[in-house]
Design a protein around this ligand. Sequence first.
Ligand SMILES: [Mg+2]
Length: 370
Amino acid sequence: MKKVLFIDRDGTLISEPQDTFQVDNFGKLIFIKQVITFLSKIRKEMDYEFVMVTNQDGLGTASFPESDFWPIQNFMMKVFENEGITFDAVFIDRSFPEQNLPTRKPGTAMVSKYLNGNYDLANSFVIGDRITDVEFAKNIGCKAILFNSETKETGPYSSVIELVTDSWETIYNFLRGIDRKVICKRTTSETQISLFLNLDGKGVGKVGTGIPFFDHMLEQLIRHGNMDLFLNAKGDLQIDSHHTIEDCGILLGQAFYEATTVKIGLNRYGFELPMDESLAKVAVDFGGRSYFKWSFKCPETTVADIPVSLFEHFFRSFAEHARINLHIKVKGRNAHHGIEAAFKAFARAVKMAVQRNSFATDLPTTKGLL
Ligand SMILES: [Mg+2]
């Protein structure tokens, strides 16, 4: 699901005049320090939709004619656009505070399309300089970044505010360093699966799919990937294990995709390990494009009554939904060893690939985009 940054305008992107609170001529247009530099980096490196939400008291009335507003708004948007900062939507409320309209922040009527369940609001933010921006965040179920370090009293909204600052550099570093934790679930007529994943965990977790061998394989991800994973799946095992294993691959892939949306400093690695007579090679690239290649050379075609081809299906589902490039090559005589070696090598490769160099400032690519 898409995450959103709902960004206030006056006092957050551009300075707000403290006498009239209206930017109504070019002499009053001052961009907030470093907003262009860091908003541009956020736009390029992270996966948020940008939505501007602003109250412009009495816009279109004698107190704030359109002709005083639009040239400045259009100029500001052009400057942003030229620096790679595009807004997916802009919402401007024109009412006065005393009208108490539901469209005016902290009212949510202007952004109702974002409240229909298709957006990941719990991991979205409102960035604004007033407590009404924080209240707006609370009303739409987001967290808030209060762009006003002079605010000392946040009253009942302290649980909504994740960061108080007046620095766009701090906002950038905060968003970049957000915990890579994902909670997600998937329900179909065939399976119900829920999971919690923390890429920066300590290697703890619990897996219950009703398929002991598959649980054992996913536990390799916890142990050798050094990540936290709690996964519970209830599938139509009375038919066979196909839907459960496939859908776990889909949901895990989605969770990894969401957890790695900030790609700065990510490694891109592979791993190779033996298990008795079996040798597994896994190469993985979290570059944002999915590709899957599988080679399993083993005379045994089942393991724990599960066809080996179902594990190919699991990894393919994972790679497609995590949008990664995944190559797995296994050679051996014993399918149990081969599959287990594949999961272990996969866990090690993923562990290395999702590790971040916290001092890196570049994307791990020469293309400038992942
Ligand atoms: Mg403001």
